[in-house]
Design a protein around this ligand. Structure first.
Ligand code: MF3
Ligand code: CO
Length: 261
């Protein structure tokens, strides 16, 4: 169940590629004054134009294509009338399904002049994702991945959100195993060649504790300090793991964007 064939991995990669390109299309439009719902429309149209459908829409009643989480919002922010403003950090999570297989990826964008502490949080959180990815090798365990993420960010005084975790991915958005962003080395389910998992650190500037907002979805930090989130889907290989999602297209946009996302 957790181990996929090469063909299945191929389909997950195709869906994840659509997600990476959808996020890049969204990145092109992130600027002060645009609403989070406008970004959602852009992503949905892109996904449908590429023969896929949004993975989150309808998932346990979730109403949108994207999760757009601003500043102290950690994840699962519902797109709506709220406008992005200069100085925001915006975490955008996107999923797509095509040919019965899911893709899932997330990126945090800086809008214009963002406070230094939030910029550093973003940088360290993205690094933590890659630390987790480096630890995701056949023969290691999910606890090794969690340890790598946690160990990286805690040295800077940041905290790891524990209430939400990464996950397996395939014919379902969320499959076994759970992939916490904290843990102890050598513990948990063993990673086997051909497993496909999403590693998605959610890292806070302040307390690790989070609460759910009144809308029943949005998760925010209890102390209202900033949070960042990045996610890749990967396939476990013998000597490492293979990225199935990509930030290549996103970062192409971000690196030349007027607001230096
Ligand atoms: N990437 C997120 C996750 O894996 C997205 C889920 S949002 C939901 O949990 F709306 F679909 F729940
Ligand atoms: Co996910």
């Amino acid at each position: 169940m957790m181990v996929k064939t090469e063909e299945e991995i191929h389909y997950i990669k195709i869906s994840s590629l659509i997600v990476g390109k959808a996020l890049a299309e969204v990145a092109r439009h992130i600027r002060p004054g645009i609403t989070t719902l406008e970004l959602d429309r852009i992503a949905e149209e892109f996904i449908r134009d590429h023969g896929a459908r949004p993975a989150f829409k309808g998932y346990e009643g979730y109403p949108a294509t994207l999760c757009v989480s601003l500043n102290e919002q950690v994840v699962h922010g519902i797109p709506g009338k709220r406008e992005i403003k200069e100085g925001d950090i915006v975490s955008i999570d996107c999923g797509a399904v095509k040919d019965h297989f899911y893709g899932d990826s997330a990126y945090t964008f800086a809008v214009g002049d963002v406070p230094e502490d939030a910029l550093m949080l973003m940088k360290r959180t993205k690094e933590a994702l890659y630390k987790g990815i480096e630890a995701a090798v056949a023969g290691k365990r999910v606890g090794d991945v969690g340890f790598a993420v946690q160990n990286w960010v805690e040295q800077y005084g940041y905290s790891v959100v524990r209430d939400l975790v990464g996950h397996g991915i395939g014919r379902n958005l969320h499959e076994k195993p759970e992939v916490p962003n904290y843990g102890q080395r050598g513990t948990g389910i063993k990673l086997v060649e051909g497993m496909t998992i999403c590693i998605e650190p959610m890292i806070n500037l302040g307390t690790r504790s989070v609460i759910q907002e009144q809308d029943g979805w949005t998760i925010r930090t209890a102390d209202r300090k900033s949070s960042a989130h990045y996610e890749h889907a990967v396939a476990i290989r013998k000597d490492g793991c293979e990225l199935l999602s990509t930030f290549e297209f996103i970062e192409e946009v971000v690196n030349q964007h007027i607001f230096r996302n």
